[in-house]
Design a protein around this ligand. Structure first.
Ligand code: FO1
Length: 312
């Protein structure tokens, strides 16, 4: 069994590669829900949906989120009434949110709702929400850009286009949250635990903030491999490098190693950072250098093979 700690796009691509090299039913992804948001009364789980749609081969290649072949008629209709349209919900995607919201309102847990959604897409891997409790990633804006205001993750990421400096991040509700059903068992029972190349601060950070998850991974440190989302000092997509700098980390594979060294024995870094392998090792992690830019599922499968071989 393989357990993957997952955020959005980077994790989704890795998982699409992983299911090409191991039986898909042996893969469990523990997915960040700190990005979740309620819009227009609908419960939206962006990372769970990005992973689901990508594994189903139905992801939207233009946006990196949502569904291929999407249309936006409902948003147009909402705009007519002056409704909030900064967070785009596609017509096809809406079906997922309606299903999830209806079942949650009827008292079904998020893990079971998620299983219903993945079954609807015919997926064999298991997707587990990190928690069924409300944990919300909150960003405090640095002075000069809304000065001290705290905003929810989607307001930062989408409405403000993650183009504003941040002075702190917290995971509201995390302290009182419980790991989702199956999460601790998936980590404890995995032959390999993989930390996907997701944003260490706002994608993996919330997972580690759920009491019990970080300890469970620490107990498996020798079997845990992390993949750096930072390549040559930058994130391929999203604000990981910028956030790392703003929050006092070095935006490099060495900075990533410092964040993960307590939970993972090995860091996989891109060939572009080969000269930093020694510096990663000096932080107390083994280091494997390979191509990590997942330009196709085939390249992602090659990366997955390297990752699985890294602990043996
Ligand atoms: N990202 C955007 O940049 N703009 C959007 O309007 C947007 C809408 C959206 C709707 C549903 C969904 O599942 C994801 C959506 N995302 C959008 C992506 C989302 O903000 C990010 O993928 C994650 O939260 C970061 O991992």
């Amino acid at each position: 069994m393989i357990a993957v700690l997952a955020g959005g796009v980077g994790a989704a691509r890795l998982l699409a590669g992983l299911v090409r090299v191991v039986p898909p039913s042996e893969v469990t992804a523990v997915v960040n829900t700190g990005d979740d948001v309620v819009m227009h009364g609908l419960h939206i789980c962006p990372d769970l949906d990005t992973v689901t749609y990508t594994l189903a081969g139905a992801d939207n290649p233009d946006t990196g989120w949502g569904l291929a072949g999407e249309t936006w008629q409902a948003m147009g209709s909402l705009g007519r009434y002056g409704g909030e349209t900064w967070f785009n919900l596609g017509d096809l995607d809406l079906g997922t949110h309606l299903y999830r919201t209806g079942h949650l309102a009827a008292g079904v847990g998020l893990a079971e709702v998620t299983a219903g959604i993945t079954a609807g897409w015919g997926l064999e891997p298991t997707l587990l929400p990190m928690t069924e409790d409300r944990v919300a990633t909150m960003m405090t804006l640095a002075d000069g850009s809304g000065g001290g205001d705290e905003v929810g993750f989607q307001e930062y990421f989408v409405r403000l286009r993650h183009d504003v400096p941040v002075s702190s991040v917290r995971f509201d509700g995390a302290e009182a949250s419980l790991p989702g059903p199956g999460v601790l068992d998936a980590i404890a029972g995995a032959d390999v635990v993989v930390v996907a190349p997701s944003n260490p601060i706002v994608s993996i950070g919330p997972l580690l903030a759920v009491p019990g998850i970080a300890d469970a991974i620490r107990a498996r440190r020798d079997h845990t491999v992390a993949i750096s989302p930072i390549i040559a000092g930058a994130a391929l997509k999203g604000p990981a490098d910028r956030l790392m700098r703003e929050l006092g980390h070095e935006a490099s594979v060495v900075g990533v190693a410092r964040i993960y060294r307590d939970i993972a024995a090995c860091l996989v870094i891109d060939s572009a950072d080969a000269d930093l392998a020694g510096a990663v090792e000096a932080e107390g992690m083994a280091c494997v250098v390979t191509d990590t830019v997942m330009s196709s599922p085939e390249v992602a499968a090659d990366l997955a093979k390297v990752v699985l071989g890294a602990t043996s």
